[in-house]
Ligand binder design. Structure first.
Ligand SMILES: [Zn+2]
Ligand SMILES: [Zn+2]
Length: 318
């Protein structure tokens, strides 16, 4: 769990065990992936509602208990957790855009996270996954679903010329997902290690004169990256923004107008369609984006290296 000062992570065995509420299951967590948003919480640039706090949201495990109203047959299922619980009643939810729900519970940020032995999860947000999927692939399902939702919203189709700007773990998973959908993406990434990882997953490094991209995914949130995205887009292109940079940034609006570009934000995924699609139409071995794994006892070390190594880091629980 996390103390109130930055990087004050410690492993404890005195945290209260969760109780399965009505409609919930208890999941024994098998592993948790580390994401940039978790690092923001650890470094103190993002704040938890209170401290101490349990971080983590990219998790898989096994159902060990079914609460009231949940089919007992779910006990023993291997599941991946969808860590955003929309209200399912507001206009956004009723329109199918649950990612925009103002009441959305964000596990690890507005509700305690999944970096714990046992967690209580609404049954509909614990998705069964095949037993023969490797742990390394299952731990990537949540961030992979973010990538797949961005591709769905982009309208990209096989044969489209696509560019991915920034190949941190999200950009790299996008490359894996695009390749699985029959698209060979070009990538633009200044850091050599990250670029090479994306290329090893089937992407192609963009040259300085590579332009005319029909679909561009901007994953970094950096101002210079948005300039590249707009400059390299083809007339009529769609630019999907995934990076949560947060800072105000300049855009060459003349180019956006002349080339009639569409700028579109893409935030997480919509329940239940995107998770269902990620599981029923799997991407081959997304675990290839993982570069480091640590046991729970070394969680602090895992978080420290997660910001440095290309690809993704994850924590194994017993
Ligand atoms: Zn994440
Ligand atoms: Zn809602």
């Amino acid at each position: 769990m996390l103390g109130s000062s930055p990087w004050s992570l410690r492993v404890t065995d005195d945290w209260p065990e969760p109780v399965a509420g009505s409609g919930q299951v208890i999941v024994r967590v098998g592993g948790v992936g580390i994401c940039g948003s978790d690092l923001a919480l650890l470094s103190g640039t993002r704040r938890a509602p209170h401290y101490p706090w349990v971080p983590g949201h990219e998790a898989f495990g096994e159902v060990v208990l079914a609460g009231e109203g949940v089919d007992r047959a779910r006990v023993g299922q291997r599941v991946v957790i969808e860590p955003n619980y929309p209200c399912l009643k507001c206009p956004s939810c009723l329109a199918g855009r649950t990612s925009m729900c103002p009441e959305r519970v964000i596990v690890g940020f507005t509700a305690p996270g999944t970096l714990a032995s046992l967690v209580a999860v609404p049954a509909a947000f614990a998705w069964p996954v095949p037993g023969d999927w490797a742990d390394t692939d299952v731990v990537c399902v949540e961030p992979l679903t973010v990538a797949l939702a961005a591709i769905r919203r982009s309208g990209a189709a096989p044969g489209d010329r696509c560019l991915v700007v920034g190949t941190g773990s999200q950009g790299t998973l996008l490359c894996a997902a695009l390749t699985a959908r029959g698209i060979t993406p070009y990538v633009l990434e200044p850091r050599e290690g990250r670029r090479e990882l994306a290329v090893s997953l089937g992407a192609r490094a963009a040259e300085p004169d590579d332009t005319g991209f029909e679909i561009v995914f901007e994953t970094s949130g950096a101002a210079a990256a948005l300039t590249e995205a707009v400059t390299r887009a083809a007339p009529g292109a769609t630019i999907v923004l995934i990076g949560l940079g947060g800072a105000a940034t300049e855009v060459n609006t003349g180019l956006v107008v002349r080339h009639q570009l569409t700028l579109r934000g893409s935030l997480i995924y919509d329940h239940p369609g995107d998770f269902a699609a990620a599981i029923t139409s799997p991407v081959h071995a997304p675990g290839r984006v993982l570069r480091a794994s640590y046991p729970l006892e070394q969680a602090s070390e895992a978080f420290r290296v997660a910001s440095e190594v290309p690809g993704k880091t994850w924590i194994r629980l017993a």
